[in-house]
Design a protein around this ligand. Sequence first.
Ligand code: ADP
Ligand code: MG
Length: 281
Amino acid sequence: MLGDTAMRRIAILNQKGGVGKTTTAVNLSAALAKLGQKVCLLDLDPQAHATTHLGIEPDGEMPSIYDVLVRQRPLADVRREVGENLSLIGADINLAAAEVELAGIVGREVILREAMENDAEDYDYALMDCGPSLGVLTLNALAATHEVFIPLQPHFFALHGLSKLLETTALVSRRINPGLKVTAIAVCLYESGTKLAQEVLGEVKSFLDKSRGTNVPWAEARVFETRVRRNVKLAEAPSHGKTIFEYAPSCPGAMDYMALAREVSGIAVEHSERVRETSAA
Ligand SMILES: Nc1ncnc2c1ncn2[C@@H]1O[C@H](COP(=O)(O)OP(=O)(O)O)[C@@H](O)[C@H]1O
Ligand SMILES: [Mg+2]
């Protein structure tokens, strides 16, 4: 069930827009599903980009995560299969009103966590795509999750706003979710070979190193080895309502997200791929 502790729950979060959260949430989910993992993706952004990326057109009529948060509908009523091993809890524009509608409701930050705990389906992964704010929707993700992945675009302003985001995780871990951990930074929209990207990543790593051994939620965070390179196919796939594996399965974007999924899951690279990687190196 979604409340099962063996399941990994991962919130994909950065209040900065356009850093690759949704692209990562969708394609990492799809890659994990391809590796045979049972995945449920939850779209917590009123813009519903993850929902449309998976080919579901939110019409405001179909049940969505809004109904779970505001109307106490069970997740099972909202969930739909969108591929082999992959299901979706979709969002729609109604979700934009959730902030206001939940104001004054006691325990509004833990509604999603309770819904997940009451869910009977078995999953290996629940991924949550968050919107660009630190409001009640994101707080619900942070209260429900075990892990946070922070997608980061390595340019000059990448570190701006990161401290606010990390402070929020610290607050949530103190008050509502003591097990919360920021486990990784995922480098997205990577331009290989640029000096700036190297510098920014150097800064991120030294910042994380300073927190080792302390009790902040990011004390054990690492930067994934996999860099998701800038690849136009990743930008085209959403408008076709397809994951990168359906849209362009052999493009660099698909390879990067598959590599990321292997890094996340620890599922080993198959022999054939290893040979290809070695000969390419
Ligand atoms: N690696 C990439 N290469 C090319 N375009 C990308 C890549 N990652 C994301 N994009 C595009 O950049 C834009 C922002 O990405 P998105 O995942 O929607 O960010 P966020 O959810 O953080 O706002 C989208 O148009 C998306 O298609
Ligand atoms: Mg998004």
